[in-house]
Design a protein around this ligand. Structure first.
Ligand code: F6R
Length: 261
């Protein structure tokens, strides 16, 4: 795992956007794993901007989102399908038929999860998976004790996650308590992972995820096992990291980061 610290969340977000844009240019048929949430909103705005400004071409890309709430129709304003359409897909030239999210209203949810895994496989696997980390340590909706070999499945959300996300609902009590999520095992199979974590509210969980023991109590700690994972963060979220000076040195000195400095 590599950790890159940028001075603020704008710079961290722009760096992630640049890495994704480069990956799309290098492989126009890129299979991109996507996340939702507050952290991703400015990132998607930046990707839309790069598409407009530099004609970044998404026409052959395929995307797979990490998760979807159980029980919300695609058109519901809090569904992740709606989020993706509103924050990214409608601003770029992606073929909407190539954008995948699990259906939270499928009659047979287990079958829906199996189908999702199958479709990822048929596309050749995920080339680049984008992640955020929730305050419970989740990646996707893999709440504490998610098995590191878990696959796409229905997961009950923790009170921490419900407290994090329910203010986004008109009536907070209407937030679904379950979601379909890619498993930790599904995520770990992505060829490359980029995790964006910003803001002081994430400082504690980021330190546990990156420098703490690998434990299913903190799903994001499984990323320490991934051979090609970079965590891009800002000064505020990195304030509890013991290796901060080393991580800063990496960005300033390692040749792979030269083009982004
Ligand atoms: C949602 C997802 C979640 C979020 C995490 C952080 O698709 O993957 O794991 O990335 O909950 O959310 P924010 O960015 O709102 O703090």
């Amino acid at each position: 795992m590599e950790v890159i610290i940028r001075p603020d969340k704008e710079k961290a977000t722009k760096l992630v956007a640049k890495i994704i844009a480069k990956a799309v240019r290098e492989k126009p048929t890129l299979v991109l794993g996507l996340a939702t949430g507050n952290t991703m909103e400015p990132l998607y705005a930046e990707l839309a901007e790069i598409h407009k400004r530099e004609k970044l071409d998404f026409s052959l890309c395929r995307t797979f989102n990490l998760d979807e709430y159980v029980g919300l129709k695609a058109g519901h304003r809090n569904s992740y399908r709606h989020y993706m359409n509103e924050h990214l897909f409608k601003y770029i030239n992606i073929d909407i038929r190539n954008t995948h999210l699990p259906s939270g209203t499928a009659r047979d949810l287990d079958r829906e999860c199996e189908k999702y895994e199958q479709t990822i496989k048929e596309c050749g696997g995920i080339d680049l998976q984008l992640l955020g980390i929730g305050r419970s340590g989740h990646i996707g909706f893999n709440e504490p004790l998610s098995a590191f070999f878990s696959r796409t499945r229905v997961k009950a959300l923790t009170p921490t996650t419900i407290a994090q996300n329910s203010p986004l609902f008109d009536k907070p009590e209407d937030m679904p308590k379950r979601a379909i999520t890619m498993g930790v095992g599904t995520i770990l199979e992505a060829k490359r992972v980029i995790t964006l974590v910003v803001g002081s509210s994430k400082a504690e969980i980021l330190a546990k995820s990156v420098e703490g023991p690998v434990t299913s109590m903190v799903s994001a700690s499984a990323l320490q096992l991934h051979p090609k994972c970079v965590v891009i963060t800002d000064e505020k979220a990195s304030s509890n990291l013991q290796g901060r000076d080393y991580y800063r040195w990496i960005f300033e000195n390692e040749p792979e980061w030269e083009e982004y400095r």
